[in-house]
Design a protein around this ligand. Structure first.
Ligand SMILES: *Cc1c(COP(=O)(O)O)cnc(C)c1O
Length: 467
């Protein structure tokens, strides 16, 4: 299995190559050269497998034997062993046709653990085989950073430095990062915004001598391995509801477009998915695109669902590449114009084909609270991201009532206690394994948004054990 860049100017790589590289050298994103497609009989054979076994089967379709299924299985069993639910990603029925797919039973209480917990063992396996080490740097507005830190803590071949905007993450999110005292983990509170943090990380990667010396790597959502590791839960839930002999729909609260892209990939692989609903908050660029082919960048505004406070959904480029008939030159040109002009020129035919599968829905903060309240009235406590997913499902369900809608429940309600309290008056309790989070000691360093200072810090952290 080879991977090609959406922009067509980078050499193709194998799975391990894309795992370690993240972004392609031409600025594009890696996609499989061909999509694996399963027959109905092959889907049926996957029914009833324990989650890690199912995930190993799906991931093996994308690794080309390196690592193979036998090597992947123990890694994935280890990855999901610490989850707080025996089903890993349980389905909870909300009403006659709507289900919550709870993706928040991992160590940081958000869906990013589903992929990240497996990335740790995968990186270790590949690095050990090659006798290499690397330093992961990343910027986070909250959830990604803690998931990456939990995935990499105490791993022999990995150091990790995560930048977060000081004072702009929730207390739970910050403490989930800063209370990990493993020696290979460093947290930086940056005096600036999330965009400043992201720009600093990009600048470190653009500094080629520094990047090569530190062996920098990223685990952000453009890494193909993360997308691949998000496909299994769509497969598992669809099979549980009757696929491939029954169609299903998914509703996914969306920011960087990674999670819903994985659902699209499952559909591309032959899973009968009738519809993909995309939920967003007031940062509604995807909804504007789907309703009127208007992909125009605006300023990012804060909301109750901060993990979706994003204007440029980086993984959208992978869908764009497919919508443009895998024309890499057209994809590169479109992305260049988007960057330069702030508006993405998508040809009408490509836009129309997107609207066949995807439907967008945007909800403001007041609507989000109202939906959390409505769900609570039905006996389900949802976080703000999940509530946007259920609201999208209520607003535009597939017209055939026999099609069940699975909502990706992307965070535990205790992760966003303020919104949950405002909506319901209820204090969502942290699961017992995190009950002492607010008492644990923290460790982090404060730095200005200055590239030189941050590179010096990363160098000291990476070389701390070198005499
Ligand atoms: C990251 C995140 C999202 C958005 O996922 P994308 O893959 O960026 O679309 C939604 N909800 C929560 C809780 C998240 O942490």
């Amino acid at each position: 299995m080879r991977y090609i860049s959406t922009r067509g100017e980078a050499p193709s790589r194998d799975f391990e190559g894309v795992l370690l590289a993240g972004l392609a050298e031409d600025g594009g994103l890696f996609v499989p050269e061909t999509w694996p497609v399963l027959t109905s009989a092959e889907w049926r054979k996957l029914r009833g497998l324990p989650y890690p076994d199912l995930a190993a089967h799906i991931l093996a379709l994308f690794t080309g034997g390196q690592p193979d299924h036998a090597a992947l299985l123990p890694m994935l069993r280890q990855a999901y062993a610490g989850f707080g639910h025996p089903a890993v990603a349980p389905l909870v029925q909300l009403d006659t046709r709507m289900f919550a797919l709870e993706l928040f039973h991992g160590p940081t209480l958000a869906f990013k653990d589903m992929a990240m917990q497996a990335l740790g063992p995968l990186f270790d396996h590949v690095l050990a085989r090659r006798g290499e080490r690397l330093t992961i740097v990343g910027a986070t507005s909250g959830d990604t950073g803690s998931a990456a830190i939990e995935a990499c803590r105490d791993r022999a071949a990995i150091d990790i430095v995560i930048l977060h905007p000081e004072g702009r993450t929730s207390l739970v999110q910050r403490r989930q990062m800063t209370t990990v005292l493993a020696p290979n983990v460093a947290n930086l509170a940056i005096e600036g915004s999330f965009d400043d943090c992201q720009d600093l990380v990009k600048a470190m990667f653009a500094d080629a001598p520094f990047r090569d010396e530190m062996r920098l790597s990223a685990v952000n959502s453009i890494n193909w391995a993360r997308i691949a590791l998000q496909i299994p839960y769509y497969v598992a839930s669809a099979l549980a509801l009757g696929a491939p002999d029954r169609e299903v729909a998914f509703s996914v609260p969306t920011g960087n477009f990674g999670n819903v892209l994985a659902a699209w990939a499952a559909r591309r692989m032959g899973l009968p998915i009738a519809q993909l609903l995309i939920g967003s908050n007031r940062n509604d660029i995807l909804t504007r695109f789907l309703s009127g082919n208007d992909m125009t960048m605006r300023a990012v505004e804060p909301s109750f669902s901060p993990s979706m406070d994003i204007q440029v959904s980086s993984n959208f480029e992978r869908l764009l590449f497919e919508l443009l008939g895998r024309d890499a030159t057209a994809t590169a040109d479109t992305m260049r114009r988007f960057r330069a002009e702030g508006r993405m020129p998508v040809p009408d035919a490509a836009w129309r084909s997107a609207t066949q599968v995807f439907r967008g829905f945007a909800l403001d903060d007041a609507g989000t609270l109202a939906e959390i309240r409505r769900l609570h009235g039905q006996g389900y406590l949802a976080d703000p991201h999940t509530a946007i997913g259920t609201a999208a499902a209520m607003a535009s369900p597939p017209s055939d009532p026999a099609i069940p809608i699975v909502v990706a429940a992307t965070a535990h309600p205790a992760k966003f206690p303020d919104a949950v309290r405002q909506a319901t008056g209820i204090e969502a309790p942290l699961p017992s394994r995190l009950a002492d989070l607010y008492e644990r000691p923290e460790r982090f360093s404060r730095l200005p948004a200055d590239l030189g200072a941050i590179e010096a810090f990363v160098r000291r952290h990476t070389l701390r054990n070198v005499a």
